[in-house]
Design a binder for this molecule. Structure first.
Ligand code: PMV
Length: 325
């Protein structure tokens, strides 16, 4: 059977960093994110006894670490169905892979939904989120709709994402300022593994429950400026951890810093605008719908900004009728 799913990437306001269980991908802390309307992956999966091997194509590439992770995810599904049939998988992002734009989140969410449907499984949102998490942690947040919380949990059954609010709850916009389309030197997966080498990591985890509570209060009150300030503080804290890992990870580039400084200047001049960062050099600008045009124009004047992608809050992973093969 063949099935196709589309899944959004997501931007975390409160970030997932580090794992308390590597194999099961149980995160060290909970996280909160928003699904992104314009950063999506479409994936078609077909299981058939006619295939002698899994045939996987991601953005036209047929080999690499990503392919092995996809096959591992197919194996997890085969374990559930007790059906050994091999699969053909074709996956396409509508944005550049491995720039820090979390292609693994949209990728594993789309793969999990398409592959389970193609295998004849009709899993609940919770079970899909649990399964997506095992492929790539942040992918579990791309399954539910809109604004999402990943409950860290202590077991595989208790670590999954839930929707806090639908996409139309709050008109937050994420404008991604892309500075470079090159790949990262150190992957996010490798980074998670050394998280405890930063002396600040323990403090981060200690403060996390309070931070999550505070963020949820701001979201509930739709207090954009408090939410933005906390989001920015969280991104800088994460990069302070990256700097102090052993070996240290420096994802930011001069262009990223130029954007960060520009955002802080625009804020001083009266605009409600904030930034957040992931494991990459691109900067996510957080603003409200009313300011999109102005901020997008300003961003394009910052040296090193190659492209901007405007994202509204979006629905989670969903099945579509048109297949990629
Ligand atoms: O799911 P991963 O292994 O790609 O990790 C994502 C880590 C961050 O993007 C930095 C933070 C987050 O919560 O998305």
């Amino acid at each position: 059977m063949k099935a196709t799913a589309v899944a959004p990437s997501n931007i975390a306001f409160i970030k997932y960093w580090g794992r308390k269980n590597e194999v099961l991908r149980l995160p060290s802390n909970g996280s909160i994110s928003m699904n992104l309307s314009n950063l999506t992956t479409t994936t078609t999966v077909e299981f058939s006894t006619e295939y002698t091997n899994d045939i996987v194509s991601i953005n036209g590439q047929q080999e690499g670490e990503g392919i092995e992770r996809v096959i591992k995810q197919l194996d997890r599904i085969r374990e559930i169905t007790h059906n050994a049939a091999k699969a053909k998988v074709v996956s396409e992002n509508n944005f550049p892979t491995a720039t820090g734009l979390s292609s693994s989140a949209s990728g594993f969410a789309a793969l999990t939904l398409a592959a389970t449907m193609a295998a004849g499984l009709h899993l609940s949102e919770k079970d899909l989120s649990i399964l997506a998490r095992q492929g790539s942690g942040s992918a579990c947040r791309s399954i539910p709709t809109g604004f999402v919380e990943w409950l860290d949990g202590d077991t595989t059954e208790t670590s999954y994402a839930v929707s806090l609010y639908k996409p139309d709850y709050f008109d937050i916009v994420d404008i991604v300022a892309i500075t470079d389309t090159g790949k990262k030197d150190v992957t996010t997966s490798q980074g998670h593994k050394i998280s405890a080498t930063s002396p600040f990591f323990v403090t981060r985890l200690k403060n996390m429950p309070e931070k999550i509570k505070l963020f949820k209060t701001y979201l509930e009150k739709k207090d954009f400026n408090s939410l933005g300030a906390l989001t920015e503080q969280e991104a800088l804290e994460l990069h302070a951890i990256y700097f102090t890992l052993n070996p240290s990870l420096i994802y930011l580039r001069p262009e990223s810093l130029s954007i960060i400084k520009a955002v802080q200047k625009w804020r001083k001049e009266g605009l409600s605008v904030y930034f957040t960062l992931n494991t990459g050099q691109d900067v996510h600008i957080i603003c409200q719908k009313k300011d999109i045009r102005k901020i997008d124009e300003l961003l394009k004047t910052v040296a090193g900004v190659k492209q901007t992608i405007i994202n509204f809050p979006s629905i989670g992973a969903h099945v579509v009728d048109s297949h990629l093969f």
